[in-house]
Design a protein around this ligand. Structure first.
Ligand SMILES: C[S@@+](CC[C@H](N)C(=O)[O-])C[C@H]1O[C@@H](n2cnc3c(N)ncnc32)[C@H](O)[C@@H]1O
Length: 282
């Protein structure tokens, strides 16, 4: 980016005091830590909110948030601050491990399995899980297994995308051809591909804020994918997430985290590291 453009964008950014108040409110609400370098990004994204709310400047937005805004404005704000990048079969070694474990559990006679995609974004992660779980159950000759996935995210916008299950052809590239043909159908009205009811029916979508433990689920869960979200949190929030995952996972259950993330703190001794960003509960 040219220097002139950077300077111009910086001049339009919110003042430091407003930024500090706003980021501390965002942290309290959803655990997301925004570094100093995010001031320009946050300003640009909130400017769109100013326009749609017809508010005059960032301090006025802050005032609105404190005194007038309802939960819906918070939903909008969380939608603008979170990064939703995701992909089918992202970090494929996690899915190889999931395949092996599910096949082994099914072959060993386990008839009920429960999985959680803890920051499901627009749905590629839980739908990949459902493809791989079906593949593993088929390999074990146990297609009648009761296997269900809970997919949660803080962003209602992302959850609507999950539920819609519509993706452009480009997004489907990482999916092997036979499974792409089996589970996705071209929707001629939109030009996108629609996920099949077979996968859709395995998944329940719900809003869940990872920064607000304890989570409502009871467990036991067989595997938890909590990937590329802890990176936004500080150690306190991360540690709470690990506590909750520990509570929910069955012994021997899998815990997958993002490639740039790591488990730290007292819970670490409760897990065995089985590969890059992959853990198994003891
Ligand atoms: C980069 S995406 C990760 C998607 C997927 N797990 C993957 O690895 O491909 C991060 C997701 O975390 C969600 N998120 C951010 N803060 C959250 C919170 N406090 N609770 C739950 N989800 C959150 C965002 O809405 C976003 O969809």
């Amino acid at each position: 980016m040219a220097f002139a453009k950077i300077e111009q964008e910086d001049a339009q950014a919110m003042d430091g005091a407003t930024f500090n108040k706003l980021r501390s409110m965002i942290y309290d609400r959803c655990g997301i830590t925004l570094r100093d370098t995010k001031r320009t990004m946050l300003s640009a994204r909130i400017r769109k909110r100013l326009r749609s709310l017809q508010l005059d400047g960032f301090p006025r937005y802050l005032e609105y948030l404190v005194n007038e805004a309802d939960e819906e404005e918070w939903v909008q704000l969380i939608n603008v601050v979170s990064t939703n990048v995701t992909a089918f079969f992202r970090e494929p070694h996690h899915f190889d491990e999931l395949f092996k474990a599910v096949k082994q559990w099914a072959s060993g006679g386990q008839r009920r399995m429960r999985f959680w995609s803890a920051a499901s974004s627009s749905g590629q992660e839980p739908y990949t899980m459902s493809i791989v779980i079906r593949r593993a159950l088929q390999a074990a000759g146990r297609q009648d297994t009761d296997a269900k996935i809970l997919a949660t995210d803080i962003s209602t916008k992302m959850l609507s995308m999950c539920k819609a299950g519509q993706y452009p052809a480009e997004a489907l590239k990482p999916i092997p051809n036979d499974e792409r043909n089996r589970y996705f159908q071209l929707d001629r009205s939109t030009g996108n591909y629609q996920v099949s009811p077979t996968l859709r029916q395995m998944i329940t979508f719900a809003r869940l804020n990872l920064a607000e433990p304890p989570y409502i689920m009871k467990g036991p869960l067989d595997a938890v994918f909590c990937r590329n979200v802890m990176i936004y949190f500080d150690n306190h929030v991360r540690s709470n997430i690990c506590d909750q995952v520990l509570r929910l996972l069955k012994p021997g259950g899998l815990f997958m985290i993002g490639h740039a993330e790591s488990l730290q703190g007292p819970q670490l001794k409760e897990f065995v590291r089985i590969g890059a960003s992959m853990y198994r509960k003891k």
